[in-house]
Write a protein that binds this ligand. Structure first.
Ligand SMILES: C[S@@+](CC[C@H](N)C(=O)[O-])C[C@H]1O[C@@H](n2cnc3c(N)ncnc32)[C@H](O)[C@@H]1O
Length: 236
């Protein structure tokens, strides 16, 4: 079973949104597993310290390598990828999410304060993963984002499995616009083609819209898409 193990100073935050909706139902049904380790329980001094001042000075505190090392050793007893949520990390992509979903699960370390002692990242082979070019207060929300993105791709978790295949990024493009009833809302009709019943025309319209939106909003994705299909018929 696909298993996420989270190491955090704030275990009570979990499952949080991972316990709701389809991911939560799948968790309750045993389609995936979540366990949460409290890093503080691996502290050994009488104050249960988990952090200390940065070597060399500077603001904030740094999570201690000895405490975090023990927490990782107790949790990471199998071959799952060991991830450390970090703004310095490799940006998370849908392709990486798919690869993680295809494996046995993830071990996710959540940082706090100024981050963690660099030595534990190296000594425990932690792979740094970022959820975007901004700084969160801690790794928990980032870990939830990563786990949620993985869990919804697990077999049987999403109601209609086909919906994943057409989503943003699945084909290197952003998703086309979606509409539902009423037919006209505040004077704005649903585009005629979508109610025409002509599946060929609907597919062509959606494809053109996906390409238009990607080109307008994400030139980086559009360039990658064009180079991926250069010479093929898909990019036109
Ligand atoms: C306040 S941040 C530390 C930021 C660090 N001093 C830096 O400048 O890179 C505390 C923790 O939040 C998590 N975090 C913050 N932003 C993140 C992001 N964009 N992606 C993943 N994790 C993030 C990391 O676990 C990090 O150790």
């Amino acid at each position: 079973m696909w298993r996420a193990s989270v190491l955090t100073l704030f275990p009570d935050i979990f499952p949080g949104p991972l316990g709701a909706s389809l991911a939560g139902k799948a968790l309750a049904a045993g389609a995936w597993a979540l366990d949460v380790a409290d890093i503080r329980s691996f502290a050994t001094d009488k104050h249960r310290s988990v952090d200390d001042t940065p070597a060399g000075g500077g603001p904030g505190m740094v999570m201690k390598a000895d405490v975090l090392g023990r927490a990782i050793d107790a949790t990471a007893t199998d071959a799952r990828p060991r991830l450390f949520m970090s703004p310095r990390g490799t940006p998370l992509t849908q392709a990486r999410v798919e690869a993680l979903t295809a494996g046995p699960g993830v071990i996710v370390v959540c940082g706090r304060f100024e981050g963690v002692d660099e030595r534990v990242i190296a000594a425990r082979n932690l792979e740094e993963i970022s959820v975007g070019d901004y700084v969160l207060s801690g790794g928990e929300i980032a870990a939830m984002a990563l786990i949620d993105a993985c869990v919804r791709l697990l077999p049987g978790v999403m109601g209609a499995t086909a919906s994943g295949a057409e989503e943003s990024f699945a084909d290197g493009l952003l998703e086309y616009p979606q509409y539902t009833r009423p037919q006209v809302w505040e004077g704005r009709p649903i585009p005629d083609v979508l109610t025409s019943g002509d599946h060929g025309k609907i597919a062509a319209w959606r494809r053109a819209e996906a390409e238009r939106l990607t080109k307008e909003r994400r030139p980086d994705l559009w360039t990658a898409f064009l180079s991926r299909f250069r010479g093929g018929s898909r990019a036109g």
